[in-house]
Write a protein that binds this ligand. Structure first.
Ligand code: PEP
Ligand code: MN
Length: 341
């Protein structure tokens, strides 16, 4: 719509599109409103959109994803984490607001997760991560404490005010996880679990969608499109390394994906150096690289005693290491023109 288009002109167009049985996605920006139309092209072409008052330009979006695209929503999406909890300190992510999510790979016990929460808070983290449901490669590895783990996370939030980021693996658990979590994580292994994507799409909580280890940028954006098309627009993407022929580290951090995703989509994207490297050396260095590439935040595994962690110990930073890491990233965040509270 033209910057001076009236609300009436906007509503007339939306009504006309809906009457044709087509889907509408309205994005109200500070400058202008973009009306996205989704449906079969022949059907859309039949509406003389250029002829309506207030229309500045009509363009065809040829990309397979629509709602996540920059064309549909030119301004960056800002996700507020922990917005509606009396015991959490909310934090913004995206659109220049940078945040650090940190904590253990998995919730080990009630005392353990409170200790982790206090540790990461002391060092400057804005949210606590920790898995209650763990997608483990082997069925014999620790699978997480499930609902008990969620309760432990909620207690850690009550104690520290840190919002909680935790994984949901099963569509049947979405409602339960949403009750406790401030952000529901979809792990790399579940990025294309379409039933799960649709289920979190119907929930109210923000979603952290991690890139699958063999997913392309387009696959990632289409997975996010599933969530948005169900109505949930609070999606944070995450680059966590992809599988390549390289064996010197766990995965290969695909830093090119960060500016590429930002060019194609309005959704914020964070970087996970822990699962990319698989060991704790170079996590601070890679974090700085991620920030230089333009990420909107970091998710880092931290454990008070990595040698005894129940999962992913080799890649967990201890307190001095995490504290040093935060110190090292600060100037990079500033240099990138972002603000870290
Ligand atoms: C995790 O965050 O602990 C995790 C399992 O990550 P990913 O899905 O990226 O492997
Ligand atoms: Mn992990």
């Amino acid at each position: 719509m033209a910057p001076r288009a009236t609300e009436e002109e906007r509503d007339t167009i939306i009504k006309t599109i809906r009457e044709q049985g087509l889907d509408v996605n309205v994005s109200v920006g500070t400058e202008r409103t973009v009306i996205g139309v989704i449906g079969p092209e022949e059907k859309i072409r039949r509406i003389p959109l250029e002829a309506f008052g207030g229309v500045e330009n009509v363009m065809r979006v040829t990309k397979p994803y629509k709602r996540v695209s920059r064309e549909f929503h030119p301004e960056p999406t800002v996700v507020t984490i922990g917005a509606d909890r009396s015991d959490a300190t909310p934090v913004k992510l995206g659109g220049g607001a940078f945040c650090v999510i940190a904590g253990p790979c998995s919730v080990e016990s009630a005392e353990h997760i409170v200790e982790c929460a206090k540790l990461v808070k002391r060092c400057g983290a804005h949210a606590l991560r920790g898995g209650a449901y763990k997608p483990r490669t082997s069925p014999y590895s620790f699978q997480g404490h499930g609902e008990e783990g969620l309760k432990m996370l909620a207690a850690a939030r009550a104690e520290t005010g840190l919002p909680i980021v935790t994984e949901v693996m099963d569509p049947r658990n979405v409602e339960l996880v949403a009750e406790y979590a401030d952000v529901m994580q979809i792990g790399a292994r579940n990025m294309q679990n379409f039933t799960l994507l649709k289920e979190v799409g119907q929930a109210k909580r923000p979603v952290l969608l991690k890139r699958g280890m063999s997913a392309t940028v387009e696959d990632l954006l289409l997975a996010a499109e599933y969530i948005l098309s169900e109505g949930n627009t609070k999606v944070i993407l995450c680059e966590r390394g992809i599988r390549t022929f390289e064996k010197a580290y766990r995965n290969t951090a695909d830093l090119s994906a960060i500016p590429t995703v930002q060019e194609l989509s309005h959704l914020p994207i964070i970087f996970d150096p822990s699962h990319a490297l698989g060991r704790r050396r170079h996590i601070a260095t890679l974090s700085c690289a991620g920030i230089a590439a333009g990420c909107d935040g970091l998710i880092i595994e931290v454990h008070p005693d990595p040698e005894h962690a129940a999962s992913d110990g080799p890649q967990c930073l201890n307190e001095p290491e995490f504290s040093e890491c935060i110190g090292r990233i600060r100037p990079y965040v500033e240099l990138a023109g972002k603000v870290m509270r």
